[in-house]
Design a protein around this ligand. Sequence first.
Ligand code: PMV
Length: 358
Amino acid sequence: MSNLFKYNPKETLPDYGKITAKSPSNIALVKYWGKKNIQIPTNPSISFTLQNSYTKTSLEFKKSSDFKVNLFVEGTEKPSFLPKIEQFLNRIKTYCPFIYEYELTINTENTFPHSSGIASSASGLSALSMCIVQLEKHLTNFNEILKLKKASFLSRLGSGSASRSIYGPMAIWGKNKEVNNSSDHYAIAYREIHSIFRDYQDTILLVDEGTKQVSSSVGHNLMNNHPYANNRFSQANDHLKKIIDVLKNGDLDEFISITELEALTLHAMMMSSNPYFILMKEGTLSIINKIWEFRNESKIPVSFTLDAGANVHVLYPSSYKQKVLNFIKSELVVYCENQNYICDVVGKGAKVLKEKYA
Ligand code: PMV
């Protein structure tokens, strides 16, 4: 592994440059919950890559004898976010030593509100990784495939789920028997999907815009001594196998039953860990019940999934967009903080937007 991603420069370092990249958030259908050091998942996961919820990051680098990072979020300097970035840069140092030759200025902005409860770590760390590998591509003879693979590998070292944001329309992360070339070290693109999933809708209902009451790192670690951990890990493997068939054949009943069971199992793991915690709010449960009622009555294949938080991702085929949005506006927005929700759809993954060197 370390050889594949070893830094092997062919060019001298530029004195100055600036690279801008964007990378989306993603929503897991089969969830990653539990990890070994460092960021090795205890089970494989698969996600829809989103399109509208993304981070745009520019990385400016100036040759310097003193390594330094300046961090701006939405135009304002944010030294409080530096420890997380510095930990990330430290973890990737062996694979990208060249970044330590510079003073770095990172400018980052999200298309979704910072306090929305949508994790910005997946999109943020993958956008920064894309900028770093683009610089490496400039210095080596990287091809595009290896560039994306390394971007996913670096992203994983920052935040596990970030590894999946590099690729669209779907990505799989975690070694498993079903998918050739799957790896614990980076995600791979998953494209063998029925046309119904290519523009699947995800309307994110922002039930709680506050910061997370339990960090995902703490949550993952609680799986280490969890009494149900092994059963959960084998269930996730089984769900991955099943959902791969569903993604090919477009069986929406089966899609709904796997994804909703995954979401509730994720939260059941949190509720049965020691210490235990509940991240769902009253609004989360009301929304789930309303979705079930609406699906029963209308026969529209709308379902939900959850992240490690109270927000609800409402999933449905694009052909039902208007009907489901009407339902959301009339029945569900009352449970959202400030009536806020985000309309998203399956997207293409991370992209470099601009680069210049001097
Ligand atoms: O990438 P992390 O460490 O923030 O963990 C994310 C875990 C979940 O969002 C709950 C599930 C997933 O697979 O994205």
